[in-house]
Design a protein around this ligand. Sequence first.
Ligand code: AKG
Length: 274
Amino acid sequence: MHSLNNSLEANFQEEGFTIIDHPLIPSPMIDAAQSQIEQIKQGIFDTGLSPTGMMNIQDPMGVQRITHIHAANEAFYNLVTQTKLGEVAAKILNTEKVKVWGSQLYIKPPHSGQNGHVGWHCDAQHMPYLQGDLIIAWIAFDEVTLASGCLQYVKNSHLPNAFATPLGGGFQDLDSEAKRLAASNLNKSWETVPVCLSKGGVSFHHWNLVHGSGSNQIDQVRIGLSVGLASENFKILENIPDYGLSHIIDHPMYCPVIYDETTTKPSSYVHHER
Ligand SMILES: O=C(O)CCC(=O)C(=O)O
């Protein structure tokens, strides 16, 4: 077990996020995954399993999303399971075991305008059926900056009663919503932190942290893979629609354990059958 004063964990608890700007994920693994995106969009899945959703994937201006993409493609699966992602998440979560409960590829086309905004939200509000120690890792497929529409975190907004509940990821008027949220607690400062990353850099954020992202104003597409991670104490609540998650939560491809200190090898390293 990692010590409580571990700096990654302490930083995460205090601010609600941890940014690892050096390439935690090796470039060849990112390139391998990126080269598969077009065929995934065309419905070709080399694992034989489908993603759980493909949203707006032909929209030339809006945010395109593919959920549980790691189950549908081997290069994405390797990127999630065979890198240091789980090890770092274990330190942040102060846990012995890390499980993936979801992933979402976010593709922001060049010059996306307001359609390319992801509204201020916290992940907990969109997934009320999940409970426990949950975090999100966001992996940059290329250098991301404010100009390319990087994530923006609102510092300390994960703390109880920080701000009013945001209108959610679908509400794309970032400025007016930021004003409303900031005014909802005048005793607290609304401080946004642009999550600028180099290729292979990863940011980790708290389940309750308010975040969003602006438009991609450059000529190049902005791609990031968001990976939902949890420690062992996590559970799916009953009687709340969970969009089928309870059916795949024990599936080794959809929801692999990517780090396990109690075994010599994380279980996800076992190659899946075709
Ligand atoms: O990629 C983005 O701009 C948004 C991602 C996001 O909201 C998340 O990973 O929780």
